[in-house]
Design a binder for this molecule. Structure first.
Ligand code: B12
Ligand code: SF4
Ligand code: SF4
Length: 333
């Protein structure tokens, strides 16, 4: 069948050819190692006000780049876009964090190779392949770094649901997945949006040690350890106990029953933890030199956290450990 003749038209009507191309795209994505893939139309997208409300509440803290209007309205990003192909990569590995206070905790997302590189390599291959399928086919890919609401689109494309901790949960892998997407000018049949399965559970809200989930589905970055350790560029951190976290925070995901039941080890070698990332000590990090940082974190997602920030984060935790030790000692005497 010659896809070129029928797919590039302006009609929103799903053709058999669109169906065939959609199946081919999904097969190609699976062959490239993506664990989940789904498709959704963008033509009927009307910006909702959720992101706007989140911004109006000031929940984005100093992340002013979140105000980019393209993030609200995908048509501004690619006016000719008709469909969006969403993909997910499972990054879970069975290693666990050390619980002793001397150790620094690095989130699972940053244990292995930088996920942007891993996703982008596969997304680029998928995009190049798609463009080669017919004349006039245009496609562009994004993963995390572009002004696209990755979770919103992934939910619409049926990959999983946006949960009360605000992460996207898949039935097969829990929320330990990275998200990315390919935008295209092709009409493709949409998958069904995913239904929500949080039910009456509130474990993530109860477990967040800083009260950063004031209501279900709302994360206030001003109180979120992940924000302060990764994004906050200020010299001084707020007086919040980070509980040993120096790079992101996994607490609201670790307590989630879906993750506890359905997480499965990834088959992607790049996501295997670098041994040093599993259990560095706070005192090692507080004195980490820039040269040592360069040596240890080549090709790592931790590079978003500058060396001075890692030292700052470690110092912040050590200060809390010290003051809690003092309080314990006062109780003894
Ligand atoms: C900004 C950002 C952050 C910020 C803000 C977090 C946040 N929740 O928005 C900070 C730095 C804190 C952060 C932390 C983390 N992040 Co982040 N982050 C992003 C980024 C760049 C934008 C997210 C965004 O649009 N936020 C804006 C708000 C408005 O969106 P929202 O949180 O989804 O909240 C809305 C929905 O929940 C919606 N909603 C949905 N359903 C319902 C239902 C009802 C009833 C209601 C009322 C509302 C509602 O309304 C909310 C707004 O009001 C995305 C990448 C991208 N380009 O999309 C990655 C992304 C979300 N992050 C990711 C990850 C992995 C993390 C961390 C787990 C890393 C870590 N271990 O530390 C933590 C998780 C913290 C948490 N609980 O959210 C992944 C998530 C993958 C997944 N499975 O969901 C993403 C998708 C990156 C990627 N491409 O893989 N992140
Ligand atoms: S990442 Fe940590 S601090 Fe942020 S909402 Fe989840 S549990 Fe709370
Ligand atoms: S802990 Fe419960 S409420 Fe929170 S994301 Fe998981 S299922 Fe949803």
């Amino acid at each position: 069948m010659d896809i070129r003749k029928t797919v590039t038209g302006e009609s929103p009507i799903t053709t058999d050819v669109g169906e065939v191309l959609a199946q081919q795209i999904k097969q190609k994505a699976k062959n490239l190692g993506f664990h989940k893939v789904g498709i959704t139309a963008v033509a009927d997208w009307a910006p909702d006000n959720r992101l706007q409300r989140w911004l109006a509440a000031g929940y984005h803290a100093d992340m002013t780049w979140m105000e980019n209007s393209k993030r609200q309205d995908i048509h501004q990003l690619m006016p000719e876009a008709k469909s969006l192909i969403c993909v997910a990569l499972n990054y879970y590995t069975p290693a666990q964090h050390r619980s002793e206070k001397a150790y620094a905790k690095i989130s699972r997302y940053a244990w292995g190779r930088d996920y942007h590189r891993v996703l982008h390599k596969r997304l680029k291959a998928l995009t190049t392949w798609l463009v080669a399928q017919g004349e006039g086919i245009e496609a562009r890919y994004y993963a995390d770094t572009g002004p696209v609401q990755d979770k919103v689109w992934a939910e619409r494309a049926g990959l999983g649901w946006i949960a009360k901790n605000s992460n996207l949960i898949t039935r097969e892998y829990g929320s330990w997945v990275f998200l990315g997407e390919v935008l295209t000018n092709q009409w493709l049949p949409s998958d069904r949006p995913h239904t929500n399965h949080c039910g009456t559970c509130t474990r993530c809200l109860d477990a967040c040690p800083t009260g950063a989930i004031p209501q279900p589905y709302q994360v206030d970055a001003n109180r979120c350890i992940a924000y302060h350790t990764i994004e906050n560029r200020a010299a001084a951190l707020p007086n919040l106990n980070f509980h040993g976290w120096v790079a992101g925070c996994d607490l609201c995901q670790e307590v989630c029953p879906w993750n506890q039941r359905f997480a499965q080890p990834t088959d992607i070698a790049d996501f295997q933890p670098h041994p040093w990332n599993l259990a560095p000590t706070l005192s090692e990090l507080v004195t980490l030199t820039d040269a040592e940082y360069e040596r240890r974190f080549t090709g790592s997602a931790l590079r978003r956290i500058k060396p001075w920030m890692l030292r700052r984060n470690a110092h912040h935790n050590l200060r809390f450990n010290l003051s809690s030790n003092r309080m314990m000692n006062q109780r003894h005497y």
